[in-house]
Design a protein around this ligand. Sequence first.
Ligand code: AHM
Ligand code: MG
Length: 299
Amino acid sequence: MVITLREYLDKTGAGEQLKDLIVLIARQAVPIREAFLHNQSYAKSFNASGEQQAALDEWSDRHITKVLEASGLVAELASEEQPDIVRFPGARAEYAVVMDPLDGSSLIQVNLAVGTIVGIYESGGVLQKGENLKAAMYMLYGPMTVLTLTVGEGVYIFALNEESEYILLSGLVQMPEGKLYGSGGLRTEWTDAHAFCIDTIEHDGAKLRYSGSFVADFHQILKYGGVYCYPALKEKKGGKLRLLFEAIPIGFIAAQAGGAISNGAGNLLGVQPSSVHQRTPLYVGSKGLIRRMEELLRE
Ligand code: AHM
Ligand code: MG
């Protein structure tokens, strides 16, 4: 039996406005995919993290921001591509959204899978612990467009069909213990602790898979098990990835699938963000492996 995204949501405890917001955001995969063709280059601008924006980063950011404002459902938005928190004082609901409008943007020009990452808080603004999220989702633009979603009742994966409707692919996804791993940062930049950790798991049979798109790399860890890491580097203690836009939503999905996310010392979903573009080291994947890596990092 075919189950659509809306039909799935109607069976959950999510409120009407949250369901509307999720469906609205998920639907933006269609125009974003269409925009790939005409937004293949780099833009002249740099984001708050000092990275050169791709034209599609800018396009997706502007597009989703406009849609969220027009929805009247979102009071506050933090985007990887905007320097400050954006407030919509006219909104009739209190939702706060954190997003990376186009993650993995260095891969746009080589046509590898990239995605849109979103986290939704019910109220209280965007600077909150990940454990407070009401929902998290990502759309992955691969050979298929796939939506991975949690409203705090497990993780469900949908695929966009030819009528631009999301159809349930797999339900109550459980992340297995697995042996894939990928780590960001140059080996020469890794700390001794992280290098020891990677040596150890490689010795135990871990197999390297790393594309340069967090959302795509995480998706295979979700299905096959293992760990994705972007560690603290010798010269960059916070690593590269952002707590709000990347770590928190993906970590919430991982935890809902029975996996875990750590900053190397403990559960990253318990960390209170202090600024919008704050970076964090991260280890996300199968629960047993994450606990093992925390132990190895302590040794
Ligand atoms: P982006 O949001 O600008 O695309 O940057 C984040 C990306 C992640 O998707 C990916 O895991 C990481 O940066 C790759 O970094 P590196 O090129 O250092 O391996
Ligand atoms: Mg990103």
